[in-house]
Ligand binder design. Structure first.
Ligand code: GAP
Length: 450
């Protein structure tokens, strides 16, 4: 048992170390001692992040007739946060250890227990009080109540306040969805577990507007639960590591009539990956009350006017990256590799000249590299020996490595090595791009089939 625990903790240490060493994720503002709960994506991490967001957008907006996308401002009129209920109810229960004054979330039993162990005696805690998670900022040249705003605590509000603009500027028919990807900020009491709970993070959300009927609500809630689960499975996450968990009444956010999480079996237990929420007409009704604007939808068939209900799916980009990395991490036969879905891999291929000091090999390899680059993200490596270059690309999850050797000068073929099987094939240089694209598409098509 203790061994398994050590193994799991070890796994997280290895992932955090790999992320820093290979340019996936760095601690935020590190040279100044860091800033708790913030992380910076490095050269490889930025590619990974872009890939997951692009893929999500393609499958959620580009390939659907019933979803449009928006990109709203992070800073909003503070009244929007009063209306959405966040200034009043967007809080976590906070307790303070009376010995060392460290603060914790009262609802996180494990964290409380672990802290008690560090003092080795019974701890007295302060009474639990509500701690609002909205991050305050000041806008304009004067600091004070007048200029105080909030950084958005969830990205949803930018969609809700634009509801009228969206229906007036498009030809959406119910049911329809509005998708958005963007940063959110929360004054988390205890950020931790690497990027899992951060104070600045990114979300990918759909607000799916439906007729306000119980049967419709149930139908679309179940539809989106399945759709999102299938999407993560199609990215190659192991089935046994994902599950649904319904929220109990006392856990639900202030806006939710129903809520289910997709959870991931992380090294520190089952954890929330993303949420599906039935928000009813909470947001539109409240914005209607607070702004005085009519937020209802006119049914073109019946002429009836009503407030639509919202079935929301909300996923964390950073959590997706973290769990995909954990799930893809492999140590086998003395090598470490990331078995990432090729659509997510930061680089799709890497090109090597067998020897860096042979100009004829470098010239041909460089030409191949330049031909591939416009088609997909390609890496170049001419350092060390081939084994080290394979090892290096394996750690980044690059699905294919292409080596130009002396035979290539004669037979106009290169060696293509597969990351997962380590099998090598000789492929004609003229057919290389097509070969790689077909291989990459085989996997991409699995996602398209959803
Ligand atoms: N609009 C609904 C909403 O924001 P949520 O359950 O509070 O719902 C949705 O957040 C998702 O955002 C979570 O499932 C998680 O993936 C991500 N998320 C929330 N808080 C986070 C944090 N502090 N750090 C990283 N990701 C977070």
């Amino acid at each position: 048992m203790a061994q398994t625990k050590d193994k799991k903790e070890n796994l997280m240490e290895k992932i955090v170390s790999l992320c820093k060493r290979r340019g996936f994720i760095f601690p935020g503002s590190e040279i100044y001692g860091g800033l708790s709960g913030t992380w910076d994506y490095g050269p490889v991490g930025a590619l990974f992040k872009k890939n997951i967001k692009d893929l999500w957008w393609r499958d959620t907006v580009q390939l659907r007739d019933d979803v449009v996308g928006v990109d709203a401002a992070i800073m909003m009129n503070p009244k929007a946060w009063e209306a959405s209920g966040h200034t009043e109810a967007f809080s976590d229960p906070l307790v303070e250890c009376k010995i060392c004054h460290e603060r914790f979330r009262a609802d996180k039993e494990m964290e409380i227990k672990n802290h008690e162990k560090t003092h080795n005696k019974t701890i007295e805690w302060t009474k639990s009080k509500k701690f609002n998670l909205l991050v305050k900022a000041y806008l304009g040249v004067l600091e004070g109540e007048e200029s105080q705003i909030y950084l958005r605590g969830e990205i949803t509000n930018g969609v809700s306040v634009n509801f009228k603009n969206i229906i007036n500027s498009t030809r959406v028919k119910i049911p329809f969805g509005v998708a958005q990807i963007g940063k959110a900020f929360r004054n988390e009491i205890t950020p931790g577990n690497f990027t899992f709970r951060s104070r600045e993070f990114e979300q990918m959300e759909v607000q799916f507007y439906i007729k306000p009927e119980e049967k419709e609500g149930k139908k679309w809630f179940d539809y989106w639960k399945k759709n999102r689960m299938d999407w993560y499975l199609s990215l190659g996450i192991k089935k046994e590591n994902l599950r649904f968990r319904d929220h109990a009444l006392n856990e639900r956010a202030h806006y939710a009539r129903m809520a289910t999480d997709i959870e991931y079996k992380s090294p520190w237990g089952w954890q929330e990956f993303m949420g599906i929420h039935h928000r009813g007409d909470w947001d539109l009704k409240r914005h209607q009350q607070f702004s005085g604007e009519d937020m209802s939808f006119s049914d073109p068939q019946t002429g009836e006017k009503y407030l639509l209900w919202d079935i929301e799916t909300s996923a964390g980009v950073d959590r997706s990256i973290l769990f995909l990395l954990i799930d893809a991490y492999r140590e086998e036969g003395g090598r470490v590799y990331l078995k990432l879905h090729p659509a997510l891999s930061p680089y799709k291929a890497a090109v090597f000249p067998l020897l860096a000091n042979k100009p004829e090999l470098v010239k041909l390899a460089r030409k191949i590299y330049d031909d591939l680059r416009p088609q997909f993200m390609t890496a170049w490596d001419d350092r060390g020996n081939i084994g080290k270059r394979y090892y290096s690309q394996d750690e980044l999850g690059t699905p294919f490595c292409v080596t130009v050797d002396f035979d290539s000068l004669e037979d106009k073929k290169v060696t293509v090595r597969d990351r997962d099987t380590m099998k090598q094939e000789r492929i004609s240089i003229l057919k290389l791009a097509e070969y790689l694209k077909n291989k990459l598409n085989e996997d991409e098509n699995k996602i398209l089939k959803l």
